[in-house]
Write a protein that binds this ligand. Structure first.
Ligand code: LLP
Length: 463
């Protein structure tokens, strides 16, 4: 350890050298991060001021990082005839983010009624919505069909249900079929989805039966293409290119066996980001360019026309945009010399360390130039679980009243947050050009009891 000092040093140069371009997913801090007057500044906003104005814990999202990430993804795809970028909303979704990505001509991959509702409320056009899920409800399918969004079908039973619904609505469902390529990505077991035993998608051996069913129900089903997503936080290109090779071969056999030429191909998301200095992710642009080039060469190999290429990254577009600010609380030493420093948030606003043993990088937002400690400390949360550890070994040396910033909390933090210990979820601000605007309000105690109901008989003074 520790990356913490390195990051402080890196961020502490007042501004980054002009012209030096680091892909946003490769640098631990947001692209707009600077040190100004010894304070961490993001999007031109002093984080110490943000803590005063909005309180802590606070989720900060840097708009510039999101915009640059999207542009990098699109730049990599620019040599391909027709492409569509979808943002995987499960990484982080709220109305403001929907609008932000819509304004950049990016579509949305949704996976629940709530995400679909959010997209609709943000006036996301149907052609820009993809509905995913391994167990979609009738309501979700109904809604997708009603608005004309594309559906990524996960299994044959779902396909049969979609056909029934389309029949009753006398419409044609636009579908892609999710297949399992049998490729394992270099990532945590919980977030690998390309392997044979995955709960998502259709095994390639079962695909002919699915295509036959579609062929028999063409009136109600428009078969656009195949989809594959092999997992998340992947640092190598090989699993992606291997997947595309398998998909191209599958398109060729669908053409040979059924005479069908599919017009779209969705190769999913999954690109990793740097959480610590040890992480060496692939640049976003390199990733999307490699996908595009591989699709071109593989489809040419089989003499197949190029399908419209769809990609759906989540983490790589928003992960490094996010920073969580916490206030330092009590500390304690254990008999074996562990020095715990407690923060005023933890596993409820960031369940990733306890869930995936995810690693993070910290700095002291109010004293960026502070010397590192001589011994590592353990940054823990305030929740009632021993596993509520944000960073096991950090060399920052917090003092009373300090503000700790944890980098790379933009993806799968707010979206996976809970109300554990009846704690309201933090506010989220979007920062850009020296302005910070609330995009998600802090949950209050009133919000926490808002949905509670007490049976009358439990009320002492009830008649
Ligand atoms: N497409 C599909 C079908 C997906 O299931 C996912 C993520 C994505 C795209 C976007 O993947 P990304 O580009 O963000 O890697 N909670 C975990 C990550 C779960 C990913 C779920 N699916 C974590 O915190 O690491």
């Amino acid at each position: 350890m520790s990356n913490d000092t390195q990051i402080s040093a890196k961020v502490s140069s007042v501004s980054k050298s002009q012209g030096e371009f680091v892909s946003p997913n490769m640098s631990i801090e947001p692209v707009s991060a600077k040190t100004v007057n010894d304070h961490l500044s993001i999007g031109g906003c002093d984080t110490v001021e943000l803590a005063k104005t909005f309180g802590t814990p606070l989720w900060i999202m840097d708009e510039q990082t999101i915009v640059q990430s999207v542009l990098a993804c699109k730049a990599g795809l620019s040599g391909y005839p027709q492409t569509q970028v979808f943002y995987a909303g499960k990484a982080f979704l709220c109305l403001a983010i929907c609008h932000l990505i819509k304004n950049m001509n990016v579509g949305l991959d949704v996976v629940s009624e709530g995400e679909l509702y959010t997209a609709v409320q943000a006036d996301m056009p149907a052609k820009s919505i993809l509905l995913h899920g391994n167990n979609k409800s009738q309501e979700e399918l109904n809604k997708a069909l009603e608005i004309g969004a594309r559906i990524v079908v996960d299994n044959l039973a779902e396909l049969k249900l979609i056909t029934q619904i389309a029949k009753t609505k006398n419409t044609q469902a636009k579908i892609l079929v999710r297949v399992i390529p049998g490729v394992t990505g270099d990532t945590h077991q919980h977030i690998q989805t390309g392997q044979e035993q995955s709960k998502f998608g259709i095994a390639l051996s079962s695909l002919p039966a699915v295509v036959s069913f579609i062929e028999q129900n063409r009136q109600y089903i428009k078969f656009l293409g195949l989809h594959s997503h092999i997992g998340s936080q992947i640092h190598k290109l090989q699993p992606f290119t291997q997947t595309i090779e398998i998909l191209a071969k599958t398109y060729a056999s669908i053409k040979d066996d059924f005479g069908l030429t599919l017009g779209e191909l969705n190769v999913g998301g999954g690109l990793g980001i740097a959480y610590t200095a040890k992480d060496k992710p692939i640049a976003i642009e390199t990733w999307s360019r490699t996908l595009a080039q591989t699709v071109m060469s593989e489809f040419n190999k089989y003499n197949l026309p190029l399908p419209i290429l769809l990609v759906e990254p989540g983490r790589a577009l928003v992960g490094t945009a996010g920073v969580t600010l916490y206030q330092v609380g009590f500390d304690k030493w254990t008999s074996n010399g562990t020095h715990y420093v407690a923060l005023n948030g933890g596993m409820a606003d960031n369940p990733r360390p306890v869930t995936y043993q995810a690693l993070y990088t910290a700095c002291l937002a109010n004293r960026m130039g502070a010397p590192k400690g001589s011994q590592p400390i353990t940054l823990v949360g305030k929740y009632c679980e021993q596993g509520d550890i944000i960073i096991k070994e950090s060399l920052i040396a917090p003092e009373d009243g300090d503000l700790v910033a944890i980098f790379d909390t933009g993806a799968y933090n707010a979206s996976m947050a809970s109300n554990y210990n009846r704690t309201g979820r933090p506010a989220c601000v979007l920062v850009a050009d020296g302005k910070a605007e609330i995009i998600i309000e802090r949950e209050t105690n009133t919000d926490l009891i808002d949905k509670d109901k007490v049976p009358k008989r439990l009320l002492k003074d009830s008649p």
